[in-house]
Design a protein around this ligand. Structure first.
Ligand code: PLP
Length: 377
């Protein structure tokens, strides 16, 4: 059986976790947490990176930092994971869903402006499959209407847009290190803060509303409750696991891209004959091979393909029932404009196995099975 996902493992994770244990500091903000934060700051150029307990929590922090209030409106795609919306719903915001582009499955930058009202406070672009949204246009709108931009870059670690790392373009960027992502710590994430004057507030929110981070740095002699906050600080054990992967980040990225390109080449004939569609990477976008998907003709064909692949011992999945059609989505949000692509395209999309330890022969086998399925149809 070829699994859909296998969590990344490089070999050094256990050594680093052992060091964390021997340090007798396994709670948050230990040496590996600091190493990871610094790694991202250096690599992406963000003013501040704070490792968190998840991308969900990083997005909740961004909503707090953005001071989202009840009744505020937040624009985002409906084709996304629930956390993108929940982080703002928890602050009492109303979610305004805008249609996606069929080529990248990202928020259609040309449909955002029409959805802006005097209650709109933020835009949340989701970089699907690690391929960037059209950030120039989104940042231009944000400037014009004075809106905050929170990038859901859960899938976009190591990707870039016109040379800028995803997560560093908007006011806040949110990364995920869940085991299904390119780099993992089991459960975990990071918040990237663009404006260094917001960094201290972010540290306080992450440390239960206290200035303990400042205290640990020796900048104050006692710590106290100074603002609202929660516990968004991951254990150093998890950070140790992640750090082993960051040391090999380029190698992991190259391995994934190689597998991605192999899929792409192997399936391009089928795409040229119009049987399936393949992912599109717009100019200026450098992606991270987070995901490889194909699009079948319609829902019926996709369902048949998924069960055919399962018979051939390959686990393929679809995802994201559009949020606006879910019970909570209907309660907390509304779809602005017409749903031309969100539902239709989401019903056609099928994800293929994609992970660091996936082998080239396995990719070839998967390609063969897809070719056979279409040859028989
Ligand atoms: C994985 C993912 C999340 C949630 O990440 P967690 O770290 O599991 O909280 C949010 N948004 C998108 C687009 C994701 O893919």
């Amino acid at each position: 059986m070829i699994n859909f996902n296998v969590p990344p493992f490089t070999g050094k994770e256990m050594d680093y976790m052992k060091i964390a244990v021997e340090n007798q500091k396994i709670c948050g903000d230990g040496q590996f947490t600091h190493k990871c934060n610094e790694w991202f700051e250096k690599r992406t150029g963000t003013a501040k990176c704070l490792l968190t307990t998840s991308c969900t929590h990083a997005t909740e922090m961004a909503a707090l930092l953005a001071d989202i209030q009840p009744g505020d409106e937040v624009i985002m795609p409906s084709y996304t994971f629930v956390s993108t919306a929940n982080a703002f719903v928890l602050r009492g915001a109303r979610v305004v869903f805008v249609d996606i582009r069929p080529d990248t499955m990202n928020l259609d930058e040309n449909k955002i402006e029409d959805a802006i009202t005097d209650k709109t406070r933020a835009i949340v672009p989701v970089h699907y499959a690690g391929v960037s949204c059209e950030m120039d246009k989104i940042m231009e709108l944000a400037k014009q209407y004075n809106l905050i931009v929170v990038e859901d870059a859960a899938q976009g670690v190591m990707s870039s847009y016109k040379g800028q790392a995803l997560g560093t373009i908007g006011d806040y960027g949110c990364y995920s290190f869940h085991e299904t992502k390119n780099y993992s710590m089991g459960e975990g994430g990071a918040l990237l803060v663009k404006d260094s004057s917001k960094a201290e507030e972010a540290e306080i929110i992450r440390e239960k509303g206290t200035n303990r981070t400042k205290y640990f740095r020796g900048q104050i002699d006692k710590y106290t409750w100074v603002d609202h906050g929660s516990s968004y600080l991951p254990s150093d054990l998890n950070a140790a696991y992640l750090y082993a992967q960051l040391e090999m980040a380029d190698e992991i990225n190259e391995t994934r891209l190689k597998l991605w390109n192999r899929y792409y080449e192997g399936l391009s004939g089928l795409a040229q004959s119009g049987r399936i569609e393949l992912p599109v990477i717009p100019e200026g976008c450098v992606h991270n091979a987070h995901m490889f998907y194909i699009k079948a003709k319609d829902l019926e064909e996709r369902t048949a393909l998924i069960s055919y692949m399962k018979e051939k011992e390959v686990l393929c999945v679809f995802h994201y029932i559009p949020l606006h059609s879910s019970p909570a989505g209907q309660q907390f949000g509304r779809f602005h404009g017409e749903d031309v692509y969100t539902t239709k395209e989401s019903e056609r999309l099928m994800r293929l196995p994609m992970y660091y330890s996936l082998r080239e022969e396995q990719v070839d086998y998967i390609i063969d099975q897809i070719l056979k399925f279409y040859a028989a149809r």
